[in-house]
Design a protein around this ligand. Structure first.
Ligand SMILES: [Cu+2]
Length: 141
């Protein structure tokens, strides 16, 4: 009796294992690849123009920035470099508009300056310290 019972149990286990294998196989194969639906309609953020300009030593980056009418452009100073003694040396720069009509920034070596552009046009500017060698353009359209 005992031996018989063991054999029956073994068969049952084997049968169960086969069932599990078949189920496992079907489950794995039939899953398919989940496809993530594209989110949203416009993807608007990707097309937003850069309105941040870095004031670095002897250049504005990017040199030309194109923005929609009404945009506020922010210049952020990044003009500090190592002084060779473990400290930092920060160089003065400014944002001065060539036409003189718009208010520019102070001469400063850190911080930022923002200006809003309500009218379409091309606004050339330069640094009062380094002259036209350090210049940039904001195109408002
Ligand atoms: Cu400068």
């Amino acid at each position: 009796m005992q031996i018989h019972d063991v054999r029956q149990s073994a068969r049952a286990v084997a049968a169960a294992a086969i069932v599990l294998l078949v189920l496992g196989c079907g489950g794995g194969g039939g899953g398919g690849t989940p496809t993530a639906p594209p989110t949203g309609g416009g993807g608007g953020n990707g097309s937003s123009p850069a309105t941040d300009i870095t004031v670095q030593n002897n250049s504005f980056s990017p040199a030309t920035t194109t923005v929609p009418v009404g945009s506020t452009v922010t210049w952020t100073w990044n003009s500090c470099t190592g002084d060779g003694y473990g400290g930092q040396a920060c160089t003065d720069h400014s944002v001065v508009f060539d036409d003189g009509a718009r208010t520019g920034s102070e001469v400063q070596s850190s911080g930022s300056f923002s200006s809003q552009f309500a009218t379409a046009g091309t606004y050339n500017y330069h640094c009062s310290i380094h002259g036209t060698a350090m210049h940039g353009t904001v195109v408002v359209q």
